[in-house]
Structure formats: C-alpha cells, structure tokens
Design a binder for this molecule. Structure first.
Ligand SMILES: Nc1ncnc2c1ncn2[C@@H]1O[C@H](COP(=O)(O)OP(=O)(O)OP(=O)(O)O)[C@@H](O)[C@H]1O
Length: 332
C-alpha cells in the first residue's frame, strides 16, 4: 500500500468575485521511501496542494477528495488526531525559512518543541536530539543557542529541515524549500534534504517550479498545469521524454535553479497560464500548445496511460513514437 495517496483532491478558494478552482481532481500516490516531485509554473496550484495535505489552508478554501496517509484520511480526521499526525508523521518545510521560525526564540528551543509537544522526549533528551539534528543538517551543536537573525538564509533553512526531521516523520513535504537562497546554497540544501530522507527511509514530496532540479532529486515527477496533473511518471522519463507538450517545455526551461527568469513562461512557450476563474474549454493548455489539434479546443481528454507507470493528459500521449523528436523542434 502507498504511504500517501491523494484521491481526487480538489481545492476551491471562495473570494468576493466568485470561486477559484486552484486544485482540480488530483490523484497521486507516493510509496514509502519514495521521492515525488511536483512541478509547475507559478499559480498552477502546487502550494495549495501541499498545504491541503496537512490541512493548513485558510478557512475560505474548500477541500474535497481524500488524502490517505497509511490508509487514514487526513481530511476526515479529528483536530486532535491531526495535531498528533503533524510533525510526528508528516511535516512540511516551507518556502523561505523566515515564515517558519519564531524570531524571539532560540533555535534549539524551536527544534525541540515538536519533540516536547508530542511527548517524544524529556527536556534533557530533547537537548541531545537537537544537537544530533543540527549535526545532521550540517550545523554545529552550539547553534542551538542562536536566534534566527544570527543565521544566514541557508542556515535557517537547515534549521527548518532539522525541525521537520525532529520527530522522525514518515513523510516530509518540502514546498520550494530553497527559493530565497542563492544558487550554491540551494543546491546544497536540496541535496541535504534528499540525502537525509533517503538515509532515514522518509518519503518526500518536493514542490518546485524547476523541473530539472526535481528530476535530479526525485524518483517520480508530477507536472501540474491549471490545478491538474498533466503528466506523471518516473523522473528521468518525464524529464527526458515528456509526453505532454507543457512538460516538454518545462524540461527545456532554462536558466534553472531559482533564477527569477525561470518563474516566467518556460522558454518557447508563449502566453500566460490561464486564470483559474476563466479556464479555456477543452484541454486547458490548448491556447498555448504548439501541437494542439482542432479537437483540443473542445475535448478535455484527462490523464491516460502513456507507458509503464506513466500517465499524460494529451491526445498525442502514447500514440506517436515520433512525438519526442517532433515536440523538441516545435516547443523548444
Ligand atoms: N488564499 C487564496 N485565496 C484565493 N485564491 C488563492 C489563494 N491562494 C492561492 N490562490 C490562487 O490559487 C491558484 C494556485 O495558487 P498556488 O499558490 O497554489 O500556486 P503555486 O503553483 O504554488 O504558485 P507559486 O509557485 O507562485 O507559489 C492561483 O490562481 C492563486 O491565485
């Protein structure tokens, strides 16, 4: 059985002018010890998805579907049970560590907090565990006495990772964990997360707008467009032989790692992602698609098998052996 299973997950924000369908019927699964990357342009619904998994969304978000962690539906559990699950079974590392750390408390106290709250350690055991965790994320134990402002951005992000690891969860969700950091530090922190989850057999759901980074770190990839998964499969295959033209364009989107340019439209793709309140008819990607057929304007094909453990939501997927080379010319 999968450790994490998203079953037809949808999230709709209610705003003054109507409803924003931010995530639309996403089904994904993640095995124990596996790393799944979720990639897409800004606004594709990645963060909403991540927050929905641990019920961290604001009240104006309506969440439908199921989020099964080891068979137990997170969306249906009591608040008491949810509090027990957060940190201890599943934890999240957010974009930009400044949101996750309290400026007035020392680092050590903050890392120890989930351990103490969940009754997993007594204060002296927690102190030892904090030292061990700091070492695991590449910081000296004396940093426990520092305040967040005394650390660099990369060091703060390492502290967030230590917090996420503290209770030895089975799942870590990392939402653009390195966005605010410079390139060198980004690569180090991402690799650190990957190494630590692999070493401890933790499952990882990592979110990024950068497909090439995820392809390096993850076993499987899911590509999101307009709130939906449009392609999913083994990381190397999705990166090198994407079947969906949007995934193909993302794979060619350089420069990569966190450069602001890569937050813009992927290279070769004209236009903007659709406004979720005014989605195009048919395939939501068809107005930007270089290989769209007439039928794509009316036919919303949805995900279909596109190989071994692969799916793609494109009329071309799995049909044309020449798709790979054809798209390369068209999209890149
Ligand atoms: N609190 C909110 N209220 C209304 N709409 C929201 C809210 N949060 C997000 N949205 C909308 O939901 C859609 C998905 O946003 P989300 O932040 O999940 O995308 P994302 O792929 O994570 O983008 P980014 O990479 O920029 O973080 C967007 O259209 C966004 O404007």
């Amino acid at each position: 059985m999968s450790l994490l299973e998203l079953d037809n997950l949808s999230v709709t924000y209610r705003i003054a002018s109507g409803e924003v369908p931010a995530v639309r019927g996403v089904s994904l699964s993640l095995d124990a010890g596996e790393a799944l990357g979720v990639v897409g342009e800004s606004g594709s619904g990645k963060s909403t998805l991540a927050m929905a998994l641990l019920r961290l969304l604001p009240k104006d978000a309506r969440v439908e579907g199921r989020v099964l962690l080891d068979g137990e539906d997170i969306l249906a559990m009591s608040w008491g049970r949810l509090r027990a699950v957060r940190w201890a079974e599943a934890s999240i590392v957010f974009q930009g560590a400044q949101h996750g750390l309290n400026p007035v408390h020392r680092i050590g106290a903050q890392i120890a907090e989930p351990l103490l709250v969940h009754g997993l350690a007594k204060p002296d055991q927690a102190r030892r565990r904090v030292a061990e965790l700091l070492e695991q994320v590449g910081l000296p134990a004396w940093r426990a006495r520092s305040y967040p402002h005394e650390l660099s951005g990369g060091q703060r992000q390492r502290v967030m990772i230590a917090m996420a690891l503290a209770c030895s969860p089975r799942l870590i969700i990392a939402d653009e964990p390195t966005t605010a950091l410079d390139l060198m530090v980004q690569a180090q922190v991402l690799q650190l997360i990957r190494d630590l989850v692999a070493e401890h057999g933790i499952s990882l759901l990592m979110i990024s707008h950068d497909l090439s980074v995820l392809a390096e770190l993850c076993d499987r990839l899911a590509v999101m467009y307009a709130g939906r998964v449009v392609e999913e499969g083994p990381a190397a295959e999705v990166f090198h032989q994407a079947q969906h033209p949007y995934a193909r364009a993302l794979a060619g989107a350089f420069p990569t790692v966190g450069d602001p340019v890569s937050r813009l439209a992927p290279r070769g793709l004209g236009g903007d992602p659709p406004d979720p309140m005014q989605l195009p008819t048919g395939c939501p990607f068809h107005p930007r698609c270089p290989v769209a057929l007439d039928e794509c304007a009316t036919l919303d094909i949805g995900l279909r098998p596109a190989g071994e453990r692969r799916t793609a939501a494109c009329v071309h997927a799995g049909l044309h052996p020449g798709l790979d080379s054809g798209l390369k010319e068209d999209v890149r």
